[in-house]
Design a protein around this ligand. Structure first.
Ligand SMILES: [Cu+2]
Length: 149
């Protein structure tokens, strides 16, 4: 083996060892953990019991948690003419949130809460879909907002 190749390999080995020690030092001494699921109870009290909260007769706050592979709650019913303030977060990985026939298209990010406000003037069924591939059950991740007369 060429002596320059040997030097390059030795240098690469030293760099790997430095990175490994830096990783272990940060993981154990400084208690820095790799990203993982944030318990919902630590994110916000509103997401302990996600669901529809009535503000007044035509205004609602809708708290949704996304997780592999469902929206909680997945079925919501509101009367026609309602304004719904949506607050959404994820329990695990990045999801998407899209409402059919409405200008709502959000990323659902663990540790962050995204919001949108929607007015439902026409009765019917509005499909909610996850539009960000989030794992093997992604295609089953959906729900409905039912707007009644
Ligand atoms: Cu998803």
């Amino acid at each position: 083996m060429n002596k320059f190749e040997l030097k390059a390999l030795g240098l690469a080995g030293i760099v790997i060892i430095i990175f490994l020690f830096a990783l272990l030092y940060n993981a154990y001494s400084r208690k820095i953990n790799v990203p993982n699921c944030v318990p919902l109870s630590e994110q916000s009290t509103y997401f302990k019991n996600p669901g529809l909260k009535k503000v007044d007769d035509s205004t609602f706050d809708l708290y949704i948690t996304a997780q592999m592979w469902a929206f909680i709650p997945s079925d919501v019913t509101v009367p026609k003419g309602s304004t719904v303030h949506i607050y959404i977060t994820s329990k695990d990985v990045v999801h998407g949130f899209l409402i059919d026939r409405k200008a709502v298209n959000l990323m659902v990010i663990p540790g962050a809460i995204n919001t949108a406000t929607v007015k439902f003037d026409v009765a019917g069924n509005y499909h909610m879909t996850c539009h960000e591939y989030c794992g093997t059950g992604h295609q089953n991740m959906e729900g409905n907002i039912k707007v009644t007369e």
